[in-house]
Each structure stands twice: as C-alpha cells, then as structure tokens.
Write a protein that binds this ligand. Sequence first.
Ligand SMILES: *Cc1c(COP(=O)(O)O)cnc(C)c1O
Length: 449
Amino acid sequence: MAANQTPAQAFEVHDASVLKWARDVLDRCSSPRVMQTEVIQAVERNAVWRGEECLNLLAPEAPTSPTVRRLLASEVGTRAAEGHIGPTERWFAGTKYIDEIEALCVELLKEVFQCKYADHRLVASMLGNMTVYAALTKPGDPVMTIAQPFGGHSSNRIDGPAGIRGLHIHDVPMDPVELEVDLEAFAQAARQVQPRLVALGASMTLFPFPIREMADIVSEWGGKIFFDGAHQLGLIAGGQFQNPLKEGACVLTGSAGKTFSGPQSGIIVWDDPELTKPITDAVFPALAATHQVNRVAALAAAAAEFLAFGKEYMAQIVSNAQALGKALSERGITVLGAHKGFTRTHQIILDVRAFGGGLEVAQELAKANIITNKNLIPCDKSTDWDHPSGLRIGTTEVTRLGMKEAEMESIAELIVTVLEKREPLEVTRKRVVEMRSAYQKIHYCFDGQ
Ligand SMILES: *Cc1c(COP(=O)(O)O)cnc(C)c1O
C-alpha cells in the first residue's frame, strides 16, 4: 500500500463528521427509547423545515397527497406477497386482497399510460432500468446512452445497471446549444456501433427527443429504443411531453415520485406481448421480492389522482417552469435553452459559473431555504460532477402547492437576491418562510375537496 493511501478499515463513503454527530447523540442517550426519540425528532425537524418553510425546487421531488401518504403507512405494508398476481402465482397464501390492490394498480397504470402492460413491483426506477438491460441485452452488447454533462443518468452509464450488465456503452451525440440529440451525428455513429439498445430520456431534459427518427435508424439492424422517463413520467401521462411508446420506443421506465407525484418507486410500461416474459422474468424473481404492497396501494391512488388532475397539474408545471426561466433570464441569469423558450418540461437549467458554480450556489440557496441542486451542463466533463457549472431547478412541488406564473416572478427575485448577494441570507430566508407560509395545501388531489 502506498504511503498516502488510507488503510482499508478507515475507508468511509459517508461524511465522517455527520456519522460522529450521530454517534455522540446516541452515546448521550440513556436508553434505546430515547434513541428512538432522537430519530423521530430528526424526522420532525425535516418535516417542519423542508415540509413547511422551504421553496423546494429540486427537480426529482414531488409532494404526495395526504391520501397517498396515509396509504404508505397502511397495514398492508407489513404483508409479504412475492410473485405474480393471483392465488397460484404467489409463494404465500392469504393474498386475496393484496391481489385486488395490485390488480387495481396495474389496471390504473395501463389506463394512465394508455399501454397494454405495466409492472408495479419496482421499488426504484433504477431497478426498472436494470430490468430493461436484463431483459433486452446480453453482456458485451453495444448500447448507446446519454453522457452525464447532457443529463444522462448513471443508471444508463458504466457506473450503473448498464455497466453492471457488462454492456459496451457509447454516447448518443448531443447538440450542446440546442440541447437535443444531434440526429445526423447519431445516424453516423449508430450505423457504426449498431447498438442493441439506445437509451433516451435524461435527468436533465428540457426538450423532446427525435424518438421516431432514431427508432427507424436502429431498426436497420434490429436495435430498439428504450425511454428512461424517470423525470418526465408525469408529463408523459399528463400529455405534456412526447409519448415514447407511441413514437417508437419499445419500453418506458420512470420514477413514480418525480413529476408523477406518487410514492418514490419505479414504473415500467410496454405494449409488445413478446417483451412480457423477458421483462417480468427480470422483475420477479430477479429484482423484486417483497415489493412493498403499501407502496403499490399508494401508487394506485396516485394513478387515480392522475386520471382526474394530471393534465391540468402537468400543464401548470410546464407553464411555471417557462415563466421561471423567463423571469430569471430577464434578471440577467444565464438560462440554458433561452432561445427556444427555456424548457418544455418541469426543469430549467442555469449556468452559474459567474456566481461561483453549482455547488457553491446550491449551498448558498439552501441557507436561504431555497432547495435546488448542482448539475453538470454541456461545458463540463463527467468528472466535474462534484463542482459542476450548472444549477437545476424544477417546478413540480411549488406547482402542487398552488403557485402559478406570478409566484414564479417572486421566486426568481428571491433566487437573484441570493446569487447577487444583495442582502444577508438570513433576511432572504425570512422572506422565503413568509412566502411559503401562504402555500401549505396540496393541490390536484381529492383530499379536501
Ligand atoms: C432519477 C433517475 C433515475 C432513478 O430513479 P429512482 O426512482 O430514483 O431509482 C433513473 N434515470 C433517470 C434519468 C433519473 O433521472
């Protein structure tokens, strides 16, 4: 071992000072019961701060309705139901009502996504992507996916499920100005690589993808398009974003807890009956066993909310994102895609190099109760992930709290105040708490109606 290397037993991925804080707290506790109280109090602190006092502009988050939250704590969450729906398809007896809950969920998802098949058992969208790679590729296959500086997610890269599957990963060529696929460069690269699968959809997505054109190209050698709609899932269901299955993608995965605004978990939908066996074989018994039936119930309830409110809710999210992009741009902030209306999704992306970079800005904003995240943008390298140039903002939560275009002006003003250090952070924080205090109710749901 080289002299400057840390010994193996000292290696720790978590922040050592936070773990030490926890150890000290527990050491001071007089009993396990007091330890439990410490846990509950930490949850309470977050509920008050993030739940009531912050402007949460994190693009992957959404507040769930009271009904969805209640179902997450339901009795059925203590039950085990390994296997497929129906008495002979399970390991365990006694699943009569669980079968009903799960079947309702599957049928609701099929209705919401206007598709032939849906699976409800993925506890994360990461596992949905693993399902796709397990079902549709073999180790060593070439695939094309989007690099991180263009919004690609690790699940489709070497460090995630695609890498675990042992795939050869090539980049989908992207245009750094238009923030869209460079179709000509793609046609050329794809014909050389002949990928089995091309993964579209990204954690940073502002504009639609040329799915149909790309599907036509890869069909020359029997390749397929897979759309990772983790972020856009709700926008797709609400008719505010292109519908990948209708445009030539063979499978769509997504996070139920991002724009879809259900319980954090994964969804996978498809139309082709030939894919049903490979996909469901990967879901069970490979990637799901005890799949949290409380979460399935909450997902079904969220899908029903979507049927009633999805269209209106998702349209407002996109309008709010466009309004926020415009308001920030008018105040001199560099917003990506400004020349094409900023965004067609729930996200806007800022270039904050002038203000110290994404890490610095996100940390400062958080001190003023404005929650965002640092983000790689096309001028960065994948390895810049810890100190990237960009900032990602999403409008899902503020929209569900009832904010409209006028409130986006106020939010832009608060953000610029922090970026330009116009006043002490403590003063901005007070103004954020005051603004947020008027928006405490969850909209676009049946609760309180
Ligand atoms: C968030 C995200 C995922 C992972 O989703 P989880 O539900 O958090 O597991 C996968 N792909 C993309 C593009 C994402 O943004």
